[in-house]
Design a protein around this ligand. Structure first.
Ligand code: COS
Length: 383
């Protein structure tokens, strides 16, 4: 595996780091405290090409590859995890349209997602009763003349209130002839389409600057040209998109963990107890050593998955390994950061408590840790 970054990857990493540290980081505390959707920041990310990092240039993307995307995500998440997840889902939507869309769909939507003209894209797979098991979804799409009519409800939709376009999964096949995931189809639904209503906004533990809403679809009519991919081909599109998305979430968790470690090192040098800095105590040193080791291991797993995806090789298992390892270790690292900060770590004076709240959902969304282990184990047992 290549450890040196090529020129494009270095440039993307540097651009993301500069913008994240200078523009995003100073606003991160306020974004969390006020639940402010980071609209201006997203436009800036669009200007830098970071909303469509792995989308071909002809469709407005940066065409910089998956490793670049991971590095950019890490940098943005290090500054503000809410902004990072918003960026991640927009990247995922742009990629899925670029990969599975018709030429018309690609030209219509990808440039708007890439530039920030659409503040975000949204991914409408989960439902109130179907998260880990998308094959259990109830939303339907029926053909009426030459239009599709969608009815149902979606849940946990990142950026739902701000997205310009939604990828919506719906059941098009009869449950008896097309059970589980076999009868699902993807549609592109534009914001403002009659019958598409933005529902309740979630009051979340963390990622409070990321907008998470329910969606209601009541008689939503879209033309035949809004069908994405093949009829009944939606489940596989969802799985493939999530495989890539999991690299993004592994990267997000890595960025949060790096922030927690950096702040812990600074605090360990500054804080005095028993006449010396707490960093001189072995108890703190061992925590810092374990935090850094886990971050490097997670980084390597994530880079491996990104490199495989970029080389168009199978990467599903490796993406799940990266996600489960990175997110679970990031959670432990953020918890240790709070411990190192002592009582201050439990207050909003320091960002440690925000990191702990923000990172928690990374073990849940885009596939729980349990789902990642299913993917890894099934792949091992089928070898
Ligand atoms: N890429 C391409 N195809 C895939 C795939 C992948 N990563 N994973 C599964 N498929 C295909 C299978 O090959 C199978 O195809 P055939 O019907 O042609 O044989 C089909 O999809 C069904 O696969 P499978 O039987 O494995 O599906 P399951 O319903 O058992 O689902 C898990 C397996 C649990 C792994 C899957 O449902 C999953 O990832 N769930 C989590 C979803 C998620 O992340 N939700 C959060 C949404 S974001 S908030």
């Amino acid at each position: 595996m290549e450890f040196d970054l090529n020129e494009t990857q270095s440039l993307i990493q540097k651009a993301a780091r500069d913008y994240a540290q200078k523009v995003i980081l100073p606003q991160a505390k306020e974004i969390d405290a006020t639940e402010k959707f980071p609209a201006e920041i997203l436009r800036g990310l669009g200007d830098l090409g970071l909303l469509a990092v792995n989308v071909p240039g002809v469709y407005g993307g940066s065409e910089a590859g998956v490793v670049s995307y991971s590095l950019a995500m890490q940098e943005v998440a290090r500054a503000c995890a809410s902004t990072a997840v918003t960026m991640a889902v927009t990247n995922m939507v742009g990629e899925v349209i670029a990969q599975f869309g018709t030429e018309e769909q690609r030209q219509k939507y990808c440039p708007k997602l890439a530039s920030g003209e659409y503040l975000a894209g949204a991914f409408g797979l989960s439902e109130p009763g179907a998260g880990s098991d998308p094959g259990g979804m109830l939303t339907t799409a029926r053909l009426d003349g030459d239009t599709w009519v969608l009815d149902g409800a979606k849940q946990w939709i990142t950026s739902g209130a701000y997205a310009g376009v939604f990828v919506v999964w719906a059941r098009t096949g009869d449950k008896t002839t097309h059970p589980g995931g076999k009868g699902l189809t993807c549609f592109l639904v534009e914001a403002g389409t009659p019958g598409l209503r933005i529902g309740r906004k979630e009051d979340k533990m963390g990622l409070r600057g990321s907008n998470t809403v329910a969606l209601e679809l009541e008689g939503v009519r879209v033309p035949a040209s809004a069908l994405l991919g093949e009829l009944h081909g939606g489940f596989k599109i969802g799985m493939m998109a999530l495989d890539g998305g999991r690299i993004g979430i592994a990267s997000q968790a890595l960025g949060i963990a790096r922030a927690a470690l950096d702040e812990s090192v600074t605090y360990a040098k500054d804080r005095k107890a028993f006449g010396k800095s707490i960093g001189e105590f072995q108890a703190i040193q061992w925590k810092l050593a374990d935090m850094r080791t886990a971050i490097d291991a997670a980084h390597m797993l994530t880079m491996r998955a990104a490199t495989l995806k970029e080389a168009k090789k199978p990467f599903s298992r490796e993406a799940s390994m990266a996600k489960v390892f990175s997110t679970e270790n990031a959670w432990k690292i953020c918890n240790e950061a709070v411990q190192i900060h002592g009582g201050y770590g439990y207050t909003r004076e320091f960002p440690a408590e925000r990191h702990l709240r923000d990172v928690r959902v990374s073990m849940i969304y885009e596939g729980t840790s349990e789902v990642q282990r299913i993917v890894i184990a099934r792949s091992l047992l089928s070898e």
